[in-house]
Design a protein. Structure first.
Length: 307
């Protein structure tokens, strides 16, 4: 009986020179990505302000919700110290320009997320429980999407937020997000458009952001291996221009590469992917051609399993 290949580490698959190149970060590139996210959001708001049609509103909600996910992805970069080689710049940008605007605290996220990397798909992984790691029926997936788009998932998340159980710590957890969102609301109010904050900031966060966050999580870990091999216990999904625009911003689809090479900034993950394929690791990697392919895999098992 043959045994499965052992789990690999970064030094097993790449040379020291390749690792040195990939791990080099850049303040300019990191800040450019953050500016890109906010620039797309501002452009979507401007288009709707110029042409306030229902279809434009729908597209704006999708685009802004996707860039809100993009801000969360860039905050995640900061949690790995990858937005800038300067620690203070990395943390301030990740916290104030990426995390707080979408109501996420960098410090608490970082502690939880590092456990996810340490115990991926194992009992100590705080992000993947037993039910969520199993495939589900098409019906269950559609109901989940309906809950996301109806704001139900958002409000359930607010109601069950663990911070409510620690009232003495409540203000310390909320003051950053409240300050940033108050500033955003104040800026829009100064322009005479306070309602834009509700329609084009809170609404995308409560709807499209919820859905694409779910789909991203499904693509990354559902129906993957439960062992400790970083090439198999997460998934890389190819993403075309539309998927990158609305579902997988800032190379978040290269998740195998991220877990194997946690020190590599997101804008180098595509190069890391090409290196791994060039070295013949493709057959060992968990790969999907499209997000549709991922959803097909995730809905092949028993009906009624929750996602």
């Amino acid at each position: 009986m043959t045994s499965s290949p052992r789990a690999v580490a970064a030094g097993d698959v790449l040379t020291l020179e390749e690792l040195r190149h990939l791990r080099r970060t850049s303040t300019v590139r990191g800040l450019a990505l953050v500016l890109h996210a906010w620039g797309v959001i501002a452009a979507a708001i401007a288009v709707y302000a110029w042409w306030p049609a229902p279809l434009v509103l729908l597209l704006a909600v999708m685009v802004i919700g996707s860039r809100q996910l993009g801000l969360a992805v860039l905050m995640h970069e900061g949690s790995h110290w990858l937005l800038s080689p300067r620690s203070a710049v990395n943390t301030r940008v990740a916290r104030w320009l990426c995390g707080y605007p979408v109501w996420i605290d960098l410090s608490r996220y970082r502690r939880r997320h590092h456990l996810h990397h340490r115990y991926t798909q194992q009992a100590g992984d705080p992000d993947v429980d037993v039910d969520r790691s199993k495939p589900a029926s098409v019906r269950a997936l559609l109901w989940a999407a309906l809950r996301d788009l109806s704001t139900w998932t958002f409000w359930i998340g607010v109601a069950t937020w663990p911070g409510w159980r620690e009232p003495r710590m409540l203000w310390s957890r909320l003051r950053g997000p409240v300050a940033v969102n108050a500033a955003l609301l104040g800026a829009l109010a100064a322009l005479g458009r306070w309602e834009v904050y509700v329609v084009l900031w809170l609404l995308p966060r409560a709807t499209w952001y919820q859905l694409v966050t779910r789909l991203r999580a499904i693509a990354e870990h559902v129906a993957t291996s439960g062992d400790e091999d970083p090439l198999r216990n997460t998934r890389t999904t190819q993403a075309g221009p539309l998927a990158r625009a609305l579902l997988a911003p800032y190379w978040v689809n290269y998740h195998v590469e991220h877990h194997l090479l946690v020190f590599v900034p997101c804008w180098k993950l595509r190069s890391a992917h090409a290196l791994l394929l060039g070295k013949g690791y493709g057959p060992r990697m968990e790969l999907a051609a499209t997000y549709g392919d991922v959803l097909s895999r995730a809905t092949r098992a028993r009906a009624g399993s929750p996602i």
